[in-house]
Design a protein around this ligand. Structure first.
Ligand code: FES
Ligand SMILES: [Fe+2]
Length: 374
């Protein structure tokens, strides 16, 4: 670690009560050296969402993903076993699988044609006779750990210190009321943003603070006064009772497609969100693409079966509501990134009523970033 990075990491107090705390400094969102440190210190230390169970339900099905600069492929083998690998060929480091998802009986690198079976073993090595000390058995794809909590597939890029079940607690139990096992995946939307991934996470975790000011459609269906935040070891939940909007005075566009008594917005450290309503859920996976870029993958799940004109219209309207909220969030996140990079802003304070979720995130982050400090 360089002295500069050491100094940067010292610039946040994680031990103060919320009423006295300051946010992580602007440099944590703009410094390239810190971002590279974060890839290892944060993203190799925890269970991370990588994809969906339905993408790898059948033998031979696979999906690929770039997770904070770690290229990955997850595949269900012909033996039915789910496996994960770094998607990096052992010859010259090209990706061995390129499609976002698909079905394969082997991975054939498109660069020079090395071939791997679905268990990661190197099988075909063209024109490599006579290469001394080269051992095919030692040049399989490098494995990563995978685990499943339907409908989600997780990977771990290091040594897990706890099981996936322990990592997720108490989210699965608390989500039971939404019977998400009855929902099915319908659509994916991908958004690229000009901001550090943590700006998007902060925005999500502000306890509804920006709902009345930024999201008029959501504000009309949430009982903002009773919006709460609870934090746990590695996750938090923001919950709000639902209410009926007044169509005379309010934007009622969300009312038909966000239903039930309760909205629950779960966040899982570091980069995953799950938003549940009655008969509906969307998930958001936030992927760093560099210090000032990120990608957010939205997956939409419905109880409603697509296929009839009514259900197709309902699903389209529901996704349109989420898309509008996301456009509002993206615009403000990019604005925040410009402010953070301006040199005018250093740290800010947290709202005691609203922003305990952000402080929880910053505390977890600081703990990870400092854990290998020497
Ligand atoms: S990089 Fe894969 S075969 Fe050469
Ligand atoms: Fe928002």
């Amino acid at each position: 670690m360089t002295p500069k990075l050491y100094h940067l990491l010292q610039r946040f107090r994680a031990d103060l009560p919320l009423s006295q705390a300051h946010t992580i400094p602007a440099s944590w969102y703009t410094d390239a050296e810190l971002a590279e440190w974060e890839r290892r210190a944060v993203f190799t230390r925890h269970w991370l969402v990588a994809g969906r169970s339905d993408q790898v339900a059948q033998p031979g099905q696979f999906f690929t993903l770039d997770l904070a600069g770690w290229p990955l492929v997850v595949v269900r083998g012909e033996d039915g076993v789910l496996r994960g690998f770094y998607n990096v060929c052992r010859h010259r480091a090209a990706r061995v699988a390129v499609a976002e998802q698909g079905t394969a009986d082997r991975f054939r690198c498109r660069y020079h044609g090395w071939t791997y079976d679905l268990a990661g073993n190197l099988r075909g090595v063209p024109e490599f006779d006579g290469v001394e000390g080269f051992c095919r058995e030692e040049n399989g794809l490098i494995p990563v750990q995978v685990a499943e909590w339907p409908p989600l597939i997780f990977v771990h890029l290091g040594q897990p210190s706890c099981s996936l079940e322990e990592y997720l607690a108490p989210m699965p139990d608390r989500l039971r009321i939404f019977t998400i096992e009855k929902l099915h995946f319908v659509a994916r939307r991908i958004y690229d943003l000009h901001c550090n991934w943590k700006v998007f996470v902060d925005n999500y975790l502000d306890g509804g603070y920006h709902v009345l000011t930024l999201h008029r459609s959501l504000a009309a269906v949430l009982d903002y006064k009773h919006y709460t935040t609870e934090t746990f070891r590695y996750c938090s939940v923001q919950a709000s009772p639902m209410r009926a909007p007044d169509p005379q005075r309010e934007d009622a566009s969300a009312a038909g497609v966000r239903k039930g008594q309760l909205a629950a917005y779960w966040w899982l450290y570091p980069n995953f969100m799950l938003n549940a309503y009655e008969g509906y859920m969307d998930t958001n996976l936030v992927l760093p693409l560099g210090v000032d870029r990120c990608r957010v993958i939205f997956d939409f799940y419905f109880a409603e079966q697509p296929g009839t004109p009514q259900s197709e219209q309902y699903i389209a309207e529901s996704i349109a509501v989420a898309d509008r909220v996301q456009q509002e969030d993206m615009e403000i996140c990019e604005d925040v990134q410009r402010g953070l990079a301006s040199g005018v802003f250093d740290t800010g304070r947290y709202s005691l009523r609203r922003e305990s979720g952000i402080y929880h995130f910053h505390q977890l982050l600081a703990q990870d970033l400092r854990s290998d400090m020497k």
